[in-house]
Write a protein that binds this ligand. Structure first.
Ligand SMILES: Cc1cc2nc3c(=O)[nH]c(=O)nc-3n(C[C@H](O)[C@H](O)[C@H](O)COP(=O)(O)OP(=O)(O)OC[C@H]3O[C@@H](n4cnc5c(N)ncnc54)[C@H](O)[C@@H]3O)c2cc1C
Length: 463
């Protein structure tokens, strides 16, 4: 394996190797508990329907009841989807923003299907019971039933949001366009809410059910307002962040140092990220996620950005003094996840940023921490001097491997290479960050090498 520190560039004052990590006192949720709570809520929702269903007579009644239960589950599921995206700190720290986004996207498909099934089953069931056709039954429902028209508009919005979120459609769309269209979900939820109580058989006569259902919606709405708007606004006032330095690290890669007041109160940790909004012309409207590329200090934070698109390229032109709003910290790829004394960090490309910060701060004795950093070419390697300094100071092991597999003649991240170079691999916690394809193949290699899943920690740079 290549261990190298070629091409020495001057070390930046902002990125000295010595650091202390800030201990977090904030709670973190576990995946199993969160999934169990979501499943329990779904069971309670089905129990509500069951409780209010004394007997089912005939085909029309079967259809209507299937429509009722799908509607209830859709109403519950929408709240869960919103809660996952409410940026609730214990969820963000314990589960990770990328995993929450995956659950949200996955759940979204089921919820849109439930919404469609609910609408169609109710129309069909009512039509069968009333001995009429589905067209005239649809007209009756839209014109004579309270709030059903609004709910139908909401249903169409849900389907539209589902369509633009499908992978094929999303790939063709700018991130911001997709994001702002996605915000119509809030309108859809508001439009659909009242028809649940106005026409929902389970709520008409069941006051406790109405109270619990309303509390669920109000609770999640409050969490969204608090964590997505009030807390960031307060942080902007309290921390007064500004850009203090902008410098290149490699072709197309720029580091930005941001100063601020009382930054220790944020309890940010190495491995975490913020959503950054730079109040400069052409940038103020976008808020993008970038990881801390050095351990957080009480008076400054640093990010390092590769120019992938419009936003990331523009950051190289930022001027010192630019005001910054940072929302976070988010992300679960931190020391909290660690289970073993020995740790292996595997970074690919710009995925080095959070691992550079972890390399600096993860507690460990001599030779407990190993970093493997894969980069395309020597020129693409960032933080080389800093990594060498950290490795030297901590007695940690550093392997910088450059060159494509065809040039090297082997895959340095295959099971064979990893087991040959990392003695006792199975007894390591492994943190992986890099392009999704690389991360997937590394995780597969680690699993093949019998590293337990709970010891593998991965965060994707794609939501
Ligand atoms: C948790 C996390 C940590 C990250 N850390 C770093 C880092 O340390 N250094 C680095 O160079 N890159 C990092 N990224 C990637 C970085 O956020 C994107 O490359 C950047 O936002 C692209 O924006 P753009 O306008 O330049 O490119 P675009 O061409 O507009 O977007 C390219 C892709 O980036 C993603 N993206 C764009 N905007 C957003 C957004 N607001 N929120 C979420 N995803 C978005 C989308 O998948 C999009 O398809 C991180 C991403 C995530 C999710």
């Amino acid at each position: 394996m290549t261990v190298a520190a070629r091409d020495r560039r001057p070390t930046r004052p902002a990125a000295s190797a010595a650091s202390s990590t800030l201990p977090s006192t904030q709670p973190a949720a576990s995946q199993a508990i969160v999934l169990a709570v979501i499943a329990a809520g779904a069971l309670a929702t089905i129990a509500l329907w069951w409780n209010d269903t004394t007997a089912i007579h005939g085909f029309g009644d079967w259809l209507t009841n299937a429509g009722r239960v799908t509607g209830l589950l859709a109403g519950y599921g929408v709240v869960v989807l919103l809660a996952l995206m409410a940026r609730i700190p214990p969820l963000e720290r314990g589960i990770g923003a990328d995993q929450l986004a995956r659950w949200h996207a996955h759940g979204g498909r089921y919820i849109v299907s439930l919404v469609v099934a609910h609408g169609l089953l109710i129309i069909w069931g009512y039509a069968v019971t009333a001995h009429t056709n589905v067209v005239s039954q649809t007209a009756t429902l839209l014109t004579s039933y309270p709030d059903v028209l609004m709910a139908s508009v909401a249903g169409l919005l849900f389907v539209g949001i589902g369509v633009v979120s499908a992978r094929v459609a999303r790939r063709r769309m700018r991130y911001e366009t997709w994001y702002y269209l996605h915000l119509y979900t809030y309108l859809a939820v508001a439009l659909a809410f009242s028809h649940q109580f106005a026409t929902g058989a389970d709520f008409l006569t069941n006051r406790p059910a109405r109270v619990v259902w309303s509390a669920m919606y109000i609770g999640v709405a409050a969490a969204i307002v608090w964590f997505r708007f009030a807390v960031p606004a307060w942080q902007a006032i309290r921390h007064q962040m500004r850009v203090v330095a902008v410098y290149p690290e490699a072709p197309g890669v720029t580091s930005i140092v941001i100063s601020g007041q009382h930054l220790d109160e944020l309890q940010a940790q190495s491995g975490q990220f913020f959503r950054w909004r730079f109040l400069a012309r052409d940038l103020w409207w976008a808020s993008n996620p970038y990881s801390l590329s050095a351990a957080p200090r009480p008076d400054w934070l640093r990010i390092t950005v590769k120019d992938f698109g419009e936003h990331s390229s523009a950051l190289a032109r930022l001027r010192p003094g630019t005001r910054v709003f940072a929302e976070g910290p988010y992300g679960a790829m931190t020391a909290i996840r660690r289970r073993r004394r020995k740790v292996l960090l595997i970074a690919g490309g710009i995925g080095i940023t959070p691992l550079r910060a972890l390399f600096e701060t993860l507690p460990g004795g001599q030779r407990d921490i190993t970093l493997i950093y894969r980069a395309g070419h020597n020129a693409d390697t960032v933080f080389r001097d800093e990594l060498v300094a950290i490795a030297h100071q901590r007695g940690a092991q550093l392997h910088i491997v450059t060159g494509h597999r065809s040039e090297l003649g082997y895959d340095p991240l295959s099971k064979a290479a990893l087991t040959a170079n990392i003695p006792d691999l199975r007894n390591h916690d492994v943190y992986v960050c890099g392009p999704d394809r690389m991360a997937e193949s590394v995780v597969a290699a680690l699993r093949e090498a019998e590293v337990p899943r709970r010891q593998i920690h991965h965060e994707s740079f794609e939501f």
